[in-house]
Design a protein around this ligand. Sequence first.
Ligand code: UT7
Length: 322
Amino acid sequence: MNRTRAQLAGVGTYLPENLVTNDELAKTIDTSDAWIRERTGIRQRHLAQPHETCAFMATRAAEIALARAGIPAAEIGAVILATATPDQAFPATATRVQAALGTSGFAFDLSAACAGFVYALGVADAMIRTGQVRAALVIGAEVYSRILNWDDRGTCVLFGDGAGAVVLRAAEVDEAAPQLLSTHLHSDGALGDILYVDGAVGRRDLPGHLVMNGREVFRHAVARMSDAIDEALAANNVTRADIDWLIPHQANRRIIDGIGKRLGLGEGQVVVTVDRHANTSAASIPLAMAAAIEDGRIKPGQLLLLVALGGGLTWGSALIRL
Ligand code: UT7
């Protein structure tokens, strides 16, 4: 029986031009390439220049996704932009993207930190399933370089800037067809103080910097993302062996390897871009997915499992038949 489901029609990315290696960071920060690589797997990150705002990067990524999907901007009914680093408190950066692209319908930002892209997929999927929207742009775009405390070596070396976008399109399909099969979203506000930004618009007494208890986040990341994976598999009646690709949030190579190992996946089935992009928060999953689609590793018809965890804590999964 055919039902209305969301299909992934195109992906696009934008990375800032300025590429900064660990060695370059070590010139001004008390750190080393060896420490950063060993603890995180990160080799380099892209850092935005002033013109590379959240809206700018999101728009560039979305333009590419639209062109690849072959869908005119006017047919997009919703722009959902996952970001923790919007250009302004309001209007939503997504509305700036709407204006730049000429999309229809409505546009809004979604705040779920590093789990933002999976959350945005969940919202768009629900809107498509219920017939509210026929095509949506789901974007993750971040400029974390603007909220980092560059005097805190424990966090400032970990993050990068960038944007990734996907076009979702409604289709009347059966269970075996390409589609977004499920999303599962979670949060636990009691853990809000292990990863947060110490500021808000109008709070001149607070610097607005990212603060993280890395060890605590690490501990929760492996456990919660593993649980989210089990939940997605059980809900869809699929096994670990059915998964072609795991596309996890790119925060730390050790976390990614831990989850991949637990799933029984070989290195060749886990997409890793943390070495090139560092942690780009809500942009990390679409950036990783696009990289593996563009280089031909991920192929049409394959089963992709996306999983993320971020400040909130927020976490969740998405299972996609491409
Ligand atoms: O995206 C949201 C999710 N975020 C995450 O998943 C991040 C999860 N956490 C992590 O990835 C890891 O906890 C970190 C990479 C952040 C840190 O790794 P760690 O193994 O937990 O190191 P640590 O923070 O316990 O620090 C170990 C040592 C300390 O020195 P002492 O006290 O042992 O002498 C730090 O001062 O490493 C030192 N250190 C550094 N040394 C050189 C901390 N940062 C640096 C640095 N360069 N950049």
